[in-house]
Design a protein around this ligand. Structure first.
Ligand SMILES: NC(=O)c1ccc[n+]([C@@H]2O[C@H](COP(=O)([O-])OP(=O)(O)OC[C@H]3O[C@@H](n4cnc5c(N)ncnc54)[C@H](O)[C@@H]3O)[C@@H](O)[C@H]2O)c1
Length: 346
């Protein structure tokens, strides 16, 4: 079986995750990097890959089997549409688009063309998340009651030297919370309604630095997310789960707490809490860790991308699914702005 040749469009900060992922993924190899910046040209050189100034030059010279679009968000849709029009499957980074309307336009175009479109919510490919999903689906927690998510961390000051990160759309809701929303949808199912408050009091930029979010799931469970990129705190998946070596990994930090009528689960350690005998808060409740398999979720995402292209797997996250995640994430900002709950379409 020959490798699927994947071009990487956008060779910025997130490119190393895809370069490492491709190196570890069976049946896949990167074919080139397309990005106008000199820094990306250097990244391509270091990785031993051909470099192109943009995806048009790439398509004109060396047609890949597939493409990863990791450009600034505003370019996701136009670049991905060009690949779809050429019949080339696309893995587009999150968020799928800047607006829900554009996300639908892209998803519809891919569906109409019959070309695979996946969205880069890589956590769905983490074995810890997959195990949690299996346990929840198998009823290990009973009826789902609540989900508590902590996403509190500190972005260093130079991160904000780039103007768009200080402006609406560049904050932790659309950049970071979107991963939590997608994860919650993956584990708990659709979100029915959202309430939220946001604050910019710490950094004083136009964009939010902190948010508190309340969720009601279609299955009746409730959820809360505390989000801040201005907190000197370790309680966030990106640190705790050790998915990306660029981040410090603290030991023993739990960030996600899923509760049901029969048991509960904390992540990333996958501690499964249950009553071994009599039930009730006077009785002993004990935790046993579920077996954890570790794997690079970016590599698994690319292995899966190749399997979808070969027709042996269905997309774990399609364009339409990624659109629902974007819609729910934008509802957080709308709920905060209007101070009203936002009801999502079923
Ligand atoms: N899945 C994740 O965990 C994760 C993490 C970080 C970033 N991302 C996503 O990846 C994308 C890129 O993020 P980043 O942090 O690398 O941003 P970045 O700004 O560091 O990199 C973007 C790159 O795109 C290049 N670019 C600009 N115009 C281009 C064009 N027309 N054609 C090709 N390249 C072009 C820029 O020169 C730059 O090198 C964003 O959509 C972001 O949301 C995802």
């Amino acid at each position: 079986m020959t490798d699927i040749r994947v071009a990487l469009v956008g060779g910025g900060m997130h490119a190393p995750a895809h370069i490492r992922g491709a190196a570890a993924a069976p049946g896949v190899r990167l074919s080139a990097i397309a990005d106008p910046s000199p820094a990306a040209k250097a990244v391509a050189g270091k990785a031993g890959l051909p470099w192109f100034a943009d995806h048009h030059a790439l398509l004109a010279s060396d047609r890949p089997d597939a493409a990863i679009v990791a450009t600034p968000n505003v370019l996701h849709v136009p670049v991905a549409l060009d690949f779809i029009a050429a019949g080339i499957p696309v893995l587009v980074e999150k968020p799928i688009a800047d607006t829900v309307a554009d996300a639908r336009r892209l998803s519809d175009a891919a569906q109409a063309a019959g070309v695979p479109l996946l969205v880069g919510h890589h956590r769905r490919h983490n074995p810890i998340i997959r195990r949690a999903r299996q346990l929840i689906r198998d009823g290990a927690l009973g009826r789902l009651v609540s989900a508590t998510v902590l996403a509190t961390f500190l972005k260093p000051d130079p991160y904000f030297d780039v103007a768009w990160r200080r402006q609406p759309g560049g904050g932790p809701v659309l950049i970071n919370l979107i991963h939590e929303i997608d994860l919650l949808r993956f584990l708990y199912g659709e979100i029915a309604s959202i309430q939220a408050i946001t604050a910019n009091a710490v950094r004083g930029f136009e964009v939010e630095d902190t948010a508190a979010i309340l969720l009601r799931f279609a299955n009746g469970a409730l959820g809360t997310v505390t989000l801040s990129d201005a907190a000197a705190a370790p309680w966030t998946w990106d640190l705790a789960a050790g998915e990306n070596p660029a981040f410090f990994k603290p030991d023993g930090v739990e960030t996600h707490f899923f509760c049901g009528t029969e048991g509960s689960l904390s992540l990333p350690a996958l501690n499964h809490w249950r009553y071994p005998g009599a039930r009730g808060w006077h009785e002993a409740i004990t935790a046993s860790p579920e077996a954890i398999e570790t794997a690079n979720p970016y590599a698994e995402q690319l292995r899966h991308f190749a399997a979808v292209i070969r027709g042996s797997e269905d997309p774990v996250i399609s364009g339409h699914d990624g659109t629902r995640t974007l819609e729910a994430t934008q509802a957080v900002l709308e709920a905060a702005r209007t101070r009203q709950p936002v009801v999502l379409s079923p």
